[in-house]
Design a binder for this molecule. Structure first.
Ligand code: PHE
Length: 466
């Protein structure tokens, strides 16, 4: 039986919740290190191009499908594209479950680093506890991994349990302004550091010789992940949007905020890194450890007011991760509510508990369980071999599930839905003057599907960009 659906109390509520979903570990953890690995400059420009030409049109498509059908992905696909396309929504629900499984592990780490930094700020910094070896021991501590991922899942579940207005929107309204505030504070302090100039030079140089084809595909794949596209998160959030709220300008604001925050986070991290002689060389060895090994050391040794800024920084990352895990869980939960007629409370507990089982397994895949940590199916024997459950799930979701889901969403919105239907959703008296429907339609029919098909072909031919 369909139940009364919740709604955002206002367009601002939707924008904050959707921006909360988009802005997450993808912006604060993944983007800086892939920018580093691809040597900034040309890569950043290409990423911006992918966001504008592919991400933005798909963001509009997902929100319009949700707002039009007022249904979560499975029902929305059936209604907007035809009953045969239900499985695309089903794939989205499964993708949400998979991403949440591994994402919550890293999200749990941010809680630990917040707590540890508070301790260091109060009692003094302990260099040994901040070393790479200590990090290795921490991630291999199975009990701690279970506790942290479990804690994060409890937080996520508690918010989703309270529903749209009283849970998700309320948290977004509280946390997002705090997040913006903390980020501005960190940016101001970063720009006064010695390394700020080199950081800006690294991020905004136009040296195309450093760019490799693999980087182009990485930029595109990351555009999906960072904007929460390709699995129906934005369809789900759009389905709680009222008909009188503009799809186009909301999508524009969410995409702009996500991009801004990724760039600002990168400026902050690189300013810190470039301020320390010799640090850049060290980073080259472990770009992924930037957030949890390099930064804590730098905050306490180099950054003015580091004792204050370090805990704040990890609090920021935890907030950003939480508003993202909420949206991942909501996609799964809304399937059970809308399609299976389950009450929200029951659906939330069921999905939260099931996901925790997957998070627990992922948490044990950093050394505490040999079996879960060491198996390698993908790229075995090469220098970018995947190893362990965490790695494989990230690979599966980023390289296969999101691009495939995204591909079918563009096909559906561009070719299965009528021009009348999509134009009716996008163009009305709330539509901003910069929007050109013809351009959107061209992007969604040709540019986006071809670009996404290029990723999929690249993956099939063995490239990896998770
Ligand atoms: N966009 C989120 C981030 O950048 C991750 C995410 C992906 C959230 C897909 C929801 C759906 O961290």
């Amino acid at each position: 039986m369909p139940q009364a659906r919740g709604h955002w109390s206002s367009r601002l509520g939707f924008i904050l919740a959707a921006a909360g979903s988009a802005i997450g570990l993808g912006n604060l953890w993944k983007f800086p290190y892939i920018t580093w690995a691809n040597q900034g400059g040309a890569f950043v420009l290409l990423y911006l191009l992918c966001i504008a030409a592919i991400g933005l049109p798909i963001m509009m498509a997902e929100i319009l499908i949700g707002r039009r059908t007022q249904k979560s992905p499975v029902g929305a696909m059936a209604e907007a594209f035809g009953a045969r396309w239900k499985w695309v929504g089903g794939l989205g629900v499964l993708t949400g479950f998979v991403i949440l499984g591994y994402y919550s592990v890293i999200a749990g780490w941010t809680l630990r680093y917040f707590a540890v930094c508070v301790g260091w700020s109060v009692r003094g910094f302990d260099a040994e506890a901040a070393s790479g070896a200590a990090f290795g021991a921490f991630v291999a501590n199975g009990v701690l991994q279970l506790v942290l991922a479990g804690l994060f899942m409890v937080l996520t579940t508690a918010v989703v349990y309270r529903g749209i207005g009283g849970g998700i929107e309320r948290v977004a309204r509280t946390l997002m302004p705090l997040l913006f505030g903390i980020l501005v504070l960190l940016l101001v302090s970063a720009l006064t550091m010695d390394g700020a100039g080199s950081a800006l030079g690294f991020i905004f140089n136009l040296d195309f010789s450093a760019l490799q084809p693999r980087g182009a595909l990485e930029a595109l794949g990351h555009a999906f992940f960072t904007l929460s596209l390709g699995m129906g998160a934005m369809i789900t959030y759009g389905s709680y949007l009222s008909r009188k709220d503009s799809v186009v300008s909301s999508a524009g604001i969410v995409v702009a905020l996500d991009t801004l925050i990724a760039i600002v986070a990168t400026i902050i991290m690189f300013s810190v890194i470039f301020s320390v002689p010799g640090m850049a060389e060290q980073i080259n060895k472990s770009t992924a450890g930037m957030l949890f090994i390099t930064l804590p050391q730098l905050f306490y040794a180099e950054v003015p007011f580091g004792v204050l800024l370090a805990p704040l920084f990890y609090l920021l990352v935890a907030f950003a991760a939480l508003t993202s895990t909420i949206s991942l869980l909501e996609v799964v939960v809304s399937y059970f509510i809308d399609q299976r007629g389950m009450a929200r409370g029951k659906a939330t507990f069921l999905c939260g508990a099931t996901t925790f089982v997957l998070s627990a397994l992922c948490g044990l895949s950093f050394g505490s369980s040999k079996l879960l940590s060491n198996f390698s199916w993908v790229y075995r024997g090469t220098d970018h071999a995947k190893s362990g459950l965490f790695d494989h799930l990230d690979y599966l979701a980023s390289n296969w599930m999101l691009p495939i889901g995204g591909f079918f969403i563009t096909l559906g919105a561009g070719w299965l839905m009528t021009r009348q239907a999509t134009e009716g959703e996008l163009v009305d008296d709330t539509t901003p003057a910069w929007f050109r429907y013809g351009l959107w339609r061209f992007a969604i029919r040709y540019v986006a599907p071809l670009a996404v098909a290029a990723i999929i072909v690249a993956v099939i031919s063995g490239k990896d960009f998770s």
